[in-house]
Design a binder for this molecule. Structure first.
Ligand code: M6R
Length: 614
């Protein structure tokens, strides 16, 4: 999704900082980018389709290097193709103002007609440009920038985060506003800043304010002035963020995704270890909402999430139903929000999200809350909207995830589900102290097993298997039980970064149709580990082999490996934790397949890291 940055400094130049901020937002996905710089009497805009390096070529003449104020943008096209003309920032043509926008203006067509009738000239196909003309019109009527933004936003329907700059008496003013997509602001004595993500601000400060929906912020060095859409002052807490820039960089790996795969043993330790109460065989979540009384009163749990986070939730369903005896329903958030769900009383909605800003997940969570469900969440970003709107939160301590293909956040989400299942089971008396201890001991032991798995030996083996199938037209990923969602996740990873068709399927369901697709030599990845359905999965392998499928078995079930054409062995562990090990070779498989095909691993085509529009 689009990324926004803005800065107004007391005395220093800001261009370098803006470009650095945009680079930090690259992970969100974009197809064009631009900056508008403010100094003296006129606004200078530079924008370009393609990567930031293209924009930097435009800026290489140094003409804007000294400007003390500016805004910048990475665009992920929604209205209008990726092009120089559609790239942001946009202006009304007055030469006094410019604006960047993340989101969608739903009523832009009628506003465009109205503004055109009044003489406005449109130069792009974007929905954003109506905002520039609305704000420009108010500025021309003599309003101050914040007031002009406020009046303009009253005309607009949709989801947006915007940053607007205008020159008032030769001085740059910066205002931003939020109704939907994330926005973070900060002010030091030297500089006022805004961005779509804290990462874009870390170069200057770690003390930030998360802008809420309906906030308008005027930014200046040493001053943040926040009002609501009616102009009433509001107060927002300053939060200290402990992520540093190093945590968000590649740390010597060629890609963020590979670095993030290797971080997974540490992610396990960070997400779980401090929460384990070894003697009690229980889990202690910081913050309220996970006490016995509340958890005992729960009748059902409704999981809402998207993509990889939903796969983690589906694993959570197996864990919670088996370990705690509480019924769990899992829905794609985008389906849940429009299907008039019938929800059991005394239930909770559990939103799972890495970013905490996914539009569908947020909308589904809000809908469930309006229908009386207690909002709980599993989330990786402190201060994100999902976190702020939850009654109780399990923060996953995966650290910033930059690769668009989610890896370590998935592992952290599954661990959070496991901890939650143990806490629920203990609170409701379904698990004894001894059972709780054993489950948590297993989790502790898993760190070493993950470390033992993510080694050169595994990487080389997976790379070799991936190399055999570079020309394959399609893949199946099969699993059953708690490893069925792992099959879905393996297929999603391959699709999104390698652009190869891959289908994840419940292995037992193959014979009801998809088996017709199997041709001799077709690669079929089968995930199987010892547990209640291991022998059933072996029968499914036989069925695939009988049709000439090339079976790649992944897991700890030795008998499956013997049947397979290629075997990727993972260490043995309890059935309930096996997804955490089994997913690793699938992540590496997708990585090496994509690498060998020359794909852009950290920024796959058409994808955005944080999907803040519907
Ligand atoms: O930030 P979220 O966890 O809410 O994001 C949900 C999905 O968009 C995300 O998991 C997506 O499927 C990833 N690209 C998968 O790798």
């Amino acid at each position: 999704m689009c990324g926004i940055v803005g800065a107004v400094s007391r005395s220093g130049a800001v261009l370098e900082g803006l470009i650095d901020g945009l680079r930090k937002l690259e992970y969100r996905g974009y197809d064009s980018c631009g900056v508008a710089m403010f100094e003296g009497e006129a606004v200078q805009i530079r924008r370009k389709v393609g990567r930031l390096s293209e924009l930097e070529k435009l800026l290489a003449d140094g003409a804007l290097a000294g400007a003390r104020a500016g805004i910048g943008h990475t665009r992920w096209a929604t209205h209008g193709k990726p092009s120089d003309e559609n790239a942001h920032p946009h202006t009304d043509g007055s030469g006094r103002m410019a604006l960047v926008h993340n989101g969608i203006i739903e009523n832009y067509l009628e506003l465009r007609e109205e503004l055109s009738a009044g003489g406005a000239v449109f130069r792009s196909e974007t929905d954003t440009e109506v905002l520039t003309h609305l704000v420009g019109r108010e500025l021309a009527r003599g309003r101050g920038l914040a007031e002009a933004v406020r009046l303009s936003l009253k005309r607009v329907q949709g989801y947006y985060a915007i940053a607007v700059m205008a020159l008032e008496n030769g001085q740059p003013r910066l205002v931003c506003a939020r109704q939907g997509p994330p926005l973070v602001v900060a002010a030091t004595n030297e500089i006022g800043l805004c961005g779509s993500d804290v990462l874009a601000l870390l170069k200057y400060t770690r003390d930030v304010v998360f802008v809420e929906d309906g906030d308008i912020v005027e930014l200046a060095p040493g001053r943040l002035s926040i009002t609501d859409f009616d102009g009433r002052p509001v107060t927002r807490a300053v939060r200290h963020v402990d992520w540093d820039e190093e945590a968000a960089s590649k740390g010597g790996y060629p890609h963020h995704m590979l670095k993030e795969i290797h971080e997974q043993p540490d992610v396990l330790a960070r997400t779980a270890f401090d929460r384990i109460l070894q003697v009690e065989g229980d889990v202690d979540f910081e913050g309220p909402g996970f006490d016995d009384a509340r958890l005992c009163a729960l009748e059902r749990i409704q999981v809402v999430a998207c993509g990889t986070a939903l796969h983690a939730g589906m694993i959570g369903k197996y864990l919670i139903e088996n370990l705690a005896g509480v019924a769990v329903d899992c829905d794609y958030a985008s389906e849940f929000r429009y299907r008039e769900p019938v929800l059991a009383p005394r239930s909770a909605v559990l939103a799972i999200s890495q970013s905490g800003e996914t539009a569908d997940t947020l909308a589904a969570m809000r809908l469930a809350r309006e229908r009386g469900l207690a909002p709980l969440s599993i989330c990786n970003v402190q201060g994100s909207t999902v976190v702020r709107e939850s009654e109780a939160v399990i923060l996953t301590h995966a650290g910033p995830e930059i690769g668009v293909a989610s890896t370590k956040a998935f592992v952290a989400q599954v661990i959070a589900c496991y901890l939650f299942a143990v806490r629920l089971g203990r609170a409701r008396g379904k698990l004894s102290v001894e059972q709780g201890r054993e489950l948590l001991d297993e989790l502790r032991r898993l760190r070493a097993r993950l470390e033992g798995l993510i080694t050169e030996k595994t990487v080389d083996q997976v790379r070799a298997v991936a190399a055999k199938h570079l020309k394959a037209k399609g893949f199946f990923f099969l699993g059953r039980g708690v490893n069925f969602p792992v099959a879905l996740e393996g297929a999603l990873k391959l699709k999104e970064i390698s652009y190869v068709h891959a289908e994840g399927y419940a292995a037992g369901e193959m014979k009801h149709g998809p088996i017709a697709l199997i041709e001799p030599g077709m690669p079929i990845v089968v995930i199987n580990s010892p547990g209640r359905v291991a022998d059933k999965v072996r029968s499914n392998i036989e069925q695939v082999k009988a049709r000439g499928g090339h079976v790649i078995s992944v897991g700890a079930d030795e008998a499956s490996h013997k049947l397979a054409d290629d075997a990727i062995r993972v260490p043995a562990c309890s059935e309930w934790l096996s997804p955490l090990l089994n997913v690793v070779p699938l992540q590496l498989f997708a990585y090496h397949h994509a690498l060998a095909r020359g794909c852009d691993i950290d920024k796959p085509r058409n994808l955005a890291k944080s999907v803040t529009v519907e």
